[in-house]
Design a protein around this ligand. Structure first.
Ligand code: 5GP
Length: 130
């Protein structure tokens, strides 16, 4: 099985990458709840985040912490909200969402539609704050 996120890892489909190392990747959500909405994934494909082996799980959250702090420096917001859902893509991922109110992390609300230029600019700006 190869998820859409594994295809991003393999470079088979494009993504606006924010951060990457040997084991983890962060990229902008294509249907964001807010500007800067980022997904953090382990490159190794596992569906349920709580099935990830302890050391990799800890490293994933440490990687997400660095990315969240870079998003906070880039996007004006009160907090970076964190969520794990995984109902759409069966490849463990952490949502990092800039929020000013609880409504900003309501996954049932309409998503933003951003241009390619906006996505590129946001991902570059976050990357530069890492
Ligand atoms: P979940 O599995 O947590 O319910 O939602 C999956 C998330 O991945 C959604 O927020 C959706 O917008 C995002 N997503 C789905 N397919 C792609 C894709 O091909 N590229 C990117 N960048 N994000 C995607």
């Amino acid at each position: 099985m190869s998820t859409i996120f594994s295809k991003i890892v393999a470079g088979e489909i494009p993504a606006y990458k924010v951060a990457e190392d040997e084991n983890f990747l962060a990229f902008l959500d294509i249907n964001p709840l807010a500007k800067g909405h980022t997904l953090v994934i382990p490159k190794k494909e596992t569906d349920n985040i709580f099935d990830i082996e302890d050391n990799e799980y800890q490293q994933l959250f440490l990687f997400a912490k660095k990315v969240a702090n870079a998003i906070k420096k880039t996007v004006p917001c009160e907090k970076i909200g964190i969520a794990v859902v995984g109902l759409e893509v069966a490849h463990a991922h952490i949502h990092l969402v800039p929020i000013n109110s609880i409504y900003d992390i309501d996954f049932s609300k309409p998503k933003l539609s951003l241009s390619a230029n906006e996505f590129a600019l946001i991902s570059e700006r976050i990357s530069s704050k890492l």
